[in-house]
Design a protein around this ligand. Structure first.
Ligand code: PMP
Length: 404
């Protein structure tokens, strides 16, 4: 047999498998284990019948165009529909030429990284932050600097300190990556002052901001602060990205980036060599789902549905967890994040025991922390498990925390 190791690139050799995906593979199909490890929508919210109908309509209406290769930036009618959608939902006023459609927002992370990062450049992220984004930045050679968060999002006073400490190296910082609403994994949301401060800092140090916004379309508290950074950006510093994964169906793999035309053109050229274009049929389906109000319907259903699950999880945590556990209280998103302030608590080290003995799974928080801390943390998903599983699973987890 061939020894393949000499053929594998340095980049591929250095990346670690995603802890979450490996873990999900192990516990998949094990009915006795209650899992808070996923990050996926509840399929009960997938509008199956309506999507089947729309797919039929789209193929009939657009004929061969729906099944043919299409423009790298995305189909113009679809980008126009997205332009209206973003103005209505997020107060982002971008014309179709400021938008590029991507294959999910994961592909947007990859394209932005390939376009902006040279090996040795610095990307600043929240700590903790979205694992697969950290992976995409690292794969492109970025060095990561994490800025701690609290319940109001990235602590921008710490961001400024870190930038000052960098001295001349501040020129190597390409962008600051933030998930302002319903953050993954922390479940936190940035307040107005922090957003303003972040934009001021970006301006002062001449930096770009990458705003990842998959969760703000579904919000659990009326009046919550959810304005997009892009809608507040007067200098063209914010690169905005989002996806239909949480408001329609992740399997469609449709996301988008909004930025100044000059950047969009760069992303377009990179995308030509990444995947030519995103799935034509799915783009038409998404546009039709927007125009017919299907996405609005899913959002309307998802809000009370996930809010109830979030409430069940927060109530169960309040009842069961010892008081040395700090946990977030999300107004959006799919996650509660917890730090266990007990000497030597190692969520990663305990996971096997949790699964085998306590029959409960979570994602250890360490790998969400770009600087290697956070071993005492865990991410708990509430969108996928049932109410009963949430109550029972949290009780099991509380037992593990107390007994470890
Ligand atoms: N960014 C964040 C913050 C996410 O939570 C996710 C999905 N879990 C993604 C990006 C990727 O989403 P998509 O399905 O659009 O690739």
């Amino acid at each position: 047999m061939v020894d393949y190791s000499r053929f594998i690139s340095k980049v591929a050799s250095n990346i670690k498998a995603s802890e979450i995906r490996e873990l999900l593979a192990i516990i998949r199909g094990r009915k006795d284990v209650i899992s808070f490890a996923g990050g996926i929508p509840d399929p009960a919210l997938f509008p199956r019948k309506e999507l089947a109908k729309i797919a039929g309509v789209v193929i009939e209406k657009y004929g061969d165009n729906a099944l043919q290769y299409s423009e790298t930036k995305g189909i113009i009618e679809v980008r126009e529909t997205l332009s209206d959608f973003l103005a209505r939902k997020r107060e982002i006023h971008a014309d179709a030429e400021d938008i590029i459609i991507t294959s999910g927002s994961q592909s947007a992370l990859d394209i932005v990284s390939r376009t902006l990062i040279d090996p040795g450049d610095i990307v600043i992220t929240e700590s903790p932050s979205y694992l697969a984004a950290l992976g995409a930045f690292k794969m492109n050679g970025a060095k990561l600097i994490g800025v701690k968060i609290d319940e109001n999002g990235m602590r921008t006073e710490l961001l400024e300190e870190k930038l000052k400490q960098l001295g001349d190296d501040v020129k190597k910082v390409k962008f600051i990556y933030v998930i302002p609403v319903g953050q993954n994994p922390a479940g936190t949301t940035m307040n107005k002052e922090r957003k303003k401060h972040l934009l001021e800092i970006a301006s002062k140090y001449d930096l770009l901001i990458l705003e990842d916004d998959p969760y703000s379309y579904i919000i659990y508290e009326e009046g919550a602060e959810t304005a997009s950074l892009k809608s507040l950006d007067k200098e063209g510093r914010v690169i905005y990205m989002s996806t239909v994964s949480k408001i329609l169906a992740p399997g469609l793999r449709i996301g988008w980036i909004v930025a100044e035309k000059e950047l969009i053109r760069r992303f377009e050229i990179v995308k030509q060599y990444v995947d030519l274009h995103s799935p034509t049929l799915n783009q038409f389906i998404v546009a039709e789902a927007i125009k017919t109000g299907l996405i609005d319907d899913v959002v309307q259903k998802a809000m009370p549905y996930y809010k109830a699950k979030r409430n069940t999880m927060l109530e169960a945590i309040k009842e069961n967890f010892p008081d040395y556990v700090w946990y977030s209280k999300p107004i959006g998103g799919l996650f509660v994040f917890a730090y266990v302030y007990k000497n030597g608590f190692d969520a990663g080290g305990l996971l096997e025991k949790a699964v085998k003995q306590y029959k409960v799974a979570y994602v250890p928080g360490g790998s969400f922390h770009p600087e290697g801390d956070g071993v005492n943390s865990m991410r708990l998903n509430f969108s996928y498990p049932t109410h009963e599983q949430i109550r029972e699973g949290i009780a099991r987890l509380a037992k593990l925390i107390r007994e470890s």
